[in-house]
Design a protein around this ligand. Structure first.
Ligand code: S3P
Length: 180
């Protein structure tokens, strides 16, 4: 993990607040904010839903990897990743090497509430989205737990979450300085 760690990647499930909190954190740290899903859409000239529909999840994951590798080789930024990005081993390895990762850990209740009013998430277009989210939690939480920092997000505002993450980032930096 780089000590100055100028690329900060937010990881976590759909509805954990990666984009909303990411924007606040970017303001607080005076860094540009980049949303990986929007970059994938821009590169493909299709929405995420259209990519899934027309080309399938495998092709989406291929595009996601390409875009994440590009963003991770660029300059300082707050990067909101798509929920599946950290799950791809190659992306996770590069995040570990080039960035500081922050897992926004949320309860099932929170995730269900925050995703229930939006129809743009292909993985949740199923009969029982709560069950799907529960399954994704079981599959993915052990992997998200490998992030450098974990913060629990449930009822706090994005501004409060951004302040909390800044405190954790400063603490991590201090620990690194003590180690070296
Ligand atoms: C996905 C999460 C989505 C998007 C795609 C797949 C996932 O991003 O990348 O629908 O696998 O969890 P958000 O987490 O920003 O909703």
């Amino acid at each position: 993990m780089p000590v100055s760690g100028q690329i900060i990647v937010l990881v976590g499930l759909m509805g954990s607040g990666k984009s909303r909190i990411g924007k606040e954190l970017a303001k607080l740290l005076k860094l540009p904010f980049v949303d990986a899903d929007r970059e994938i859409e821009r590169a493909a000239a299709y929405t995420v839903s259209e990519i899934f529909e027309r080309f399938g999840e495998k092709e989406f994951r291929r595009g996601e990897k390409e875009v994440m590798l590009r963003l991770l080789s660029g300059g300082a930024k707050i990067l909101a990743s798509g929920g599946g990005a950290f799950i791809q081993p190659e992306i996770k390895a590069l995040i570990k090497q080039k960035a500081i990762s922050v897992w926004l850990k949320a309860s099932l209740d929170t995730l269900v509430k925050r995703t229930s009013h939006t129809g743009h998430r292909p993985l949740l277009q199923v009969g029982n989205p709560a069950e799907r989210l529960q399954q994704l939690m079981e599959d993915r939480y052990p992997i998200y737990a490998e992030a450098d920092i974990t913060v629990v997000t449930d009822r706090q505002t994005p501004q409060d979450m951004a302040r909390l993450i800044k405190i954790e980032l400063d603490r991590l930096k201090q620990d690194k300085e003590i180690d070296s």
